[in-house]
Write a protein that binds this ligand. Structure first.
Ligand code: 5AD
Length: 440
């Protein structure tokens, strides 16, 4: 008999990507074959996102697409949208199982239960009552990439006034340090060259018990032999400490890249957002980071159209963004999320204004990315080759430098997974075009 087929789709963040891969791994271990999401499968897993209303909408679209591709398939919906709006998900005819942001380690079992059930199964739990980190054995996943996302932490206690994630992910809980180190060790043994530490609030690692923090964890991970690259996915301004900078300054393995969400370049807006730093704090921090780690890539998330954001406040964001000179920006249009304080704030901003502000900030972000890339042109960098890519009918190898420049270069032989010295030639449209120098 042919093996049953599972197809997965991920929306949103790197934590979701990690969890989807881990779930796919569990299905494969149970004898399933993984197929492309656009193909006919017996089971579809849609791992949803709810960070904005657009993410909700996209999640619903992908659920409908799975149902359409194979109306007889078992369709299971999981993730943040499933957790925060189970009713909306169950209202979509054809959904058979809904699992929130817990119990994903039981996904295969839950799918089997749902198969026998008469009606759609709702397995969403009260996430606020969960206090343990749920391990999903991601090491079961087959290595099909060069870079692995390793989840070290779950949940958030910060409650920024705009954000739904503390409600969808629950309180902070960290993966025990020995388990993280063991998981990283296994990923390295499986052949992964780069590990990206991910979490919902990565910088809060270890703080609920006080037994460890992110720097302590990283110090341990850097002891792993054959770990070639370690990257931190995202960290809040007040969590970048001396110890972390010491590690980054002293290690070839810990990548010179920090994603530090700014959210706004105006102090009044930051206060209304319940962020706990000022633009001065942010600027001083970036100054210190750059002194300690020359050439580092600093990237950020910025939101436009937060309730009450005036033209003047938005201008402050533009000026501040330019002053900091990020190497890349993710721009978000504020989206009111049910149950969050900001959704009830006065002076909600028109969508059209959000779109205009977003366009302006995105275009500034592009200019800053080009400027940052230019400072690296003419030098030779070690590039970790991730995949082959086609640009205007020509094939290139594609990878990233440690400071997160996307580099493409032509070469005849398969270089996937290798570290290659590349001369950076020119920057165009978010990509650096280079020439192969030698293999490390
Ligand atoms: N609307 C728009 N963007 C949001 N983000 C979080 N909540 C919202 C919201 N309600 C953005 C923040 C965060 C990123 C992951 O998503 O910029 O850093």
């Amino acid at each position: 008999m042919a093996s049953p087929k599972v197809a997965v789709y991920t929306l949103g963040c790197k934590v979701n990507q990690n969890e989807t891969e881990a779930m796919a791994g569990l299905f494969k271990k149970a004898g399933y074959e993984e197929v492309d999401f656009h193909q006919e499968a017996d089971v579809y897993i849609i791992n949803t996102c709810s960070v904005t209303h657009l993410a909700d909408r996209k999640s619903r679209q992908m659920i409908r697409r799975a149902i359409k591709t194979n109306p007889d398939a078992l369709v299971a919906v999981t993730g943040c949208y499933a957790q925060t709006a189970p009713g909306e998900v169950l209202n979509i005819p054809g959904v058979d199982l809904i699992v929130g942001t817990s119990e994903r380690n039981r996904i295969v079992e839950l799918v089997n239960e749902a198969r026998l059930a008469e009606a759609p199964v709702n397995a969403v739990k009260d996430i606020m009552k969960i206090s343990d980190f749920e391990e999903i054995a991601e090491e079961e996943a087959e290595p099909h990439r060069v870079r692995a996302y390793l989840k070290i932490q779950e949940g958030c206690n910060r409650y920024c006034s705009y954000c739904i994630i503390p409600y969808s992910r629950g309180p902070i809980r960290s993966r025990p340090i020995e388990n993280v180190v063991n998981a990283a060790q296994r990923l390295v043994e499986m052949g992964y060259k780069e590990i990206v530490l991910t979490g919902i609030h990565t910088g809060a690692y270890g703080t609920e018990s006080g037994n460890a923090d992110l720097a302590v964890l990283i110090r341990r991970l850097l002891e792993i032999e054959d770990l070639k690259r370690l990257r931190i996915s995202s960290i809040d301004p007040n969590e970048v400490n001396e110890e972390l900078l010491d590690l980054m300054a002293g290690s070839e393995v810990l990548c010179r890249h920090l994603h530090i969400p700014l959210q706004s370049g105006d102090d009044r807006v930051l206060e209304r957002m319940n962020r706990v730093y000022t633009t001065d704090d942010y600027e001083n921090l970036v100054g210190e980071i750059r002194t300690r780690i020359p050439g580092i890539a600093i990237t950020s998330d910025i939101m436009v159209g937060f309730p009450g954001e005036t033209e003047e406040e938005f201008q402050h964001t533009l000026v501040f963004t330019e002053k900091i000179g990020f190497s890349a920006l993710h721009v978000f249009k504020y989206s009111p999320r049910r149950g969050t304080p900001a959704a009830g704030f006065p002076k909600q901003v028109d969508w059209k204004i959000k779109e205009e502000r977003s366009k302006e900030l995105i275009s500034l972000g592009r200019r800053l990315s080009a400027k940052y890339a230019e400072t690296n042109i003419g030098k030779v960098f070690s590039v970790l080759v991730e995949q082959e890519t086609k640009i205007k009918d020509a094939f290139f190898w594609e990878g990233h430098t440690d400071n997160y420049l996307k580099v493409v270069f032509p070469f005849e032989k398969d270089l996937r997974g290798s570290f290659t010295k590349v001369f950076l030639g020119r920057y165009s449209d978010g990509v650096v075009y280079g020439q192969h120098v030698s293999i490390d």
